[in-house]
Write a protein that binds this ligand. Sequence first.
Ligand SMILES: NC(=O)c1ccc[n+]([C@@H]2O[C@H](COP(=O)([O-])OP(=O)(O)OC[C@H]3O[C@@H](n4cnc5c(N)ncnc54)[C@H](OP(=O)(O)O)[C@@H]3O)[C@@H](O)[C@H]2O)c1
Length: 353
Amino acid sequence: MLIRIERDGYRVQYSAVAIPENFRFAMPDQIPTSPAETQIPPVGFGLWKIAPQDAAEAVYQAIKTGYRHLDSACDYGNEAEVGEGIRRALDDGLCGREELWVTSKLWNTYHASEHVQPALERSLNDLQLDYLDLYLVHFPIALQYVPFETRYPPEWLFDPDAAQPKMHPAPVPLAETWAAMENLQDAGLTRRIGVCNYNSGLLHDLLSYARIKPAMLQIESHPFLTQEALLRLCRENDIAVTAFSPLGALSYVELGMAEQADSVLQQPAVLAAAERCDKSPAQVVLRWGVQRGTAVIPKTSKPERMVENLDLDDFELNDAEMAAISALNCNRRFNDPGVFCEAAFNTFYPIYD
Ligand SMILES: NC(=O)c1ccc[n+]([C@@H]2O[C@H](COP(=O)([O-])OP(=O)(O)OC[C@H]3O[C@@H](n4cnc5c(N)ncnc54)[C@H](OP(=O)(O)O)[C@@H]3O)[C@@H](O)[C@H]2O)c1
């Protein structure tokens, strides 16, 4: 699939989500600072499930459309192609490296301290970058190490060719992983570090020992899973929040983990706001995410949606619309290792109770 944007040179203006002051102070001295470095563009481009053969062109077109925030991960299996897209965009002068915010994530098999830096360096090499803006622990799940030469990315199963393949958890404390993450920031390989898929208990624990506090928590959040307590905990501790799967069920329909009928885009509260604002239901849901102070990172393979999902800055939801959309919360989680690890990887591994 080739992605072509009809509106050549199209740029969508957007304001940046303020992230805490401590970001600046946490940055190593050797990295030059600029105002852009203290802000995360509130709408990023999600890269999970973009096929490798499409990823370079998708990233190039995303940057051309105006995205300045890319959400990547080793586990998405497309970082080399994402790197190609970034390189082409930089070479063509679409933007400078310092204008881009690139996030990547440490995979579960690399949690032991000796594997953390090589994992980041592999991502940097694939992405053709010499630093990341943000490196996140992908899951609070440590799995047995799989060398790069055996399989990359290693994914969830330890031995996919076994008669009964399973996940092989590894006894690596999250504190060990975090200390290695802190070293990456000290070394200037990433400007900030953070975590994904932590609940409030794990965050409290992390804050008790972190020498460098997490700059970001990335979690599933949409109108069916508003995560109010976790957002408040982050606000009170100056931790910014990125909402993944911001459109809710849609990402999980193709995986057989949700039904089309689970889509939040059909909800009357969303449709009413869309009609009043003359925007699409997806734009309303993404705008709701931005207005409540989270960054959102929608993924799409469709060029027209790439434009649509970034075009959120010329309207505002009123208080009643914000409240009505937030009231859709039913704590519906689509990305739950306690469910999918057993269904897909023969291993019961709950992390949320
Ligand atoms: N840290 C983590 O553990 C974690 C977990 C999951 C995701 N993430 C990150 O978050 C990103 C976004 O999450 P996600 O990909 O799960 O879900 P998402 O972005 O909420 O939804 C993607 C789905 O919505 C569809 N879609 C996109 N724009 C649309 C629009 N304007 N109207 C209607 N449908 C639209 C897409 O279909 P088309 O492609 O056909 O447009 C796709 O099926 C990921 O790509 C990844 O970077 C992180």
